[in-house]
Design a protein around this ligand. Structure first.
Ligand SMILES: NC(=O)c1ccc[n+]([C@@H]2O[C@H](COP(=O)([O-])OP(=O)(O)OC[C@H]3O[C@@H](n4cnc5c(N)ncnc54)[C@H](O)[C@@H]3O)[C@@H](O)[C@H]2O)c1
Length: 252
């Protein structure tokens, strides 16, 4: 029997990379999955690849109406909502002096406001169901800062804080709320009209205690644990999956 047998999950930003790995793994473990994103073609392809256990619905996480529709679709199509995995995010990279207000506000809107709206939309459906698990994807930048990532750091700290406030409010309804804090994860992000320029993950990974960057499956496995009943006693907690990055400074 799968670890998510009988559960229904909604995953935001699930068309590619980490979110797609999570959708595939959740379905393999017996969940029915509503794949959502703003990348409609890739999202629909992924849902088709997974098969009848999955469906695709466009969901821009900054829009409360689209949240309502997406949660409603999960409930109507699959019978309820047990797991909300908030994976959608943007990463504007720019030194403090050069970050435009527009980029800052957009990052906060997608990463932080989007997470708030998602929890608000899912909570009622989960209360009706008698409980659920909300997993908010933050980052190591929700715990420490990084140069060139001021807006991202602000948004990921906000996610970590909101997770705890929501955990306190929703615990009595059997709804658990936790945050995941990935470190450096090997992903591919093609941008229209530009050649793909991936970071040098091998060199970046070598500097970490575990000697490698994370694969998307490393993060998906942590999300699986939080989505399943195996984590039944965990709420308001931070799950750091960073290959040891934040364990402390290393000395020669
Ligand atoms: N890659 C890393 O090293 C890393 C590290 C720590 C945390 N994270 C976090 O993990 C999550 C997934 O990151 P990824 O690396 O797979 O990146 P990604 O860009 O491939 O995935 C993010 C997804 O969010 C979607 N998205 C963007 N704006 C949206 C919106 N307004 N509404 C709905 N969907 C939207 C994108 O279309 C994309 O599919 C993000 O929250 C990111 O901040 C990534």
């Amino acid at each position: 029997m799968g670890r998510l047998e009988g559960k229904v999950a909604l995953i935001s930003g699930a068309a590619r990379n980490m979110g797609a790995a999570e959708a595939r793994l959740f379905a393999r473990e017996g969940a029915r999955v509503l794949v959502t994103d703003v990348l409609d073609e890739r999202g629909a392809e992924l849902a088709a690849e997974i098969g009848p256990a999955a469906g695709y619905r466009r969901l821009d996480v900054t829009d409360p109406e689209q949240w309502k529709t997406a949660v409603g679709e999960a409930v109507e199509r699959f019978g309820g909502l047990d797991v909300l995995l908030q994976n959608a995010g943007v990463v504007p990279i720019s030194p403090l002096a050069q970050v435009s207000l527009e980029d800052y506000e957009n990052c906060m809107r997608v990463n932080a406001t989007g997470t708030f709206l998602g929890m608000q939309a899912a909570a009622e459906a989960m209360k009706t169901r008698g409980g659920g698990s909300i997993i908010n994807v933050s980052s190591v930048q929700g715990i420490v800062g990084a140069p060139g990532l001021i807006a991202y750091t602000a948004s990921k700290f906000a996610i970590r804080g909101m997770t705890k406030a929501a955990a306190l409010e929703l615990g009595g309804h059997g709804i658990r709320v936790n945050s995941i804090h990935p470190g450096i994860v090997r992903v591919r992000k093609p941008r229209p009209g530009q050649p793909v320029q991936d970071p040098d993950y091998d060199s970046l990974g070598q500097a970490l205690p575990l000697g490698r960057a994370a694969e998307v499956e490393d993060i998906a496995n942590a999300a699986l644990f939080l989505a399943s009943d195996e984590s039944a006693y965990a709420t308001g907690a931070e799950f750091v999956i960073d290959g040891g990055m934040l364990a402390g400074p290393s000395y020669p």
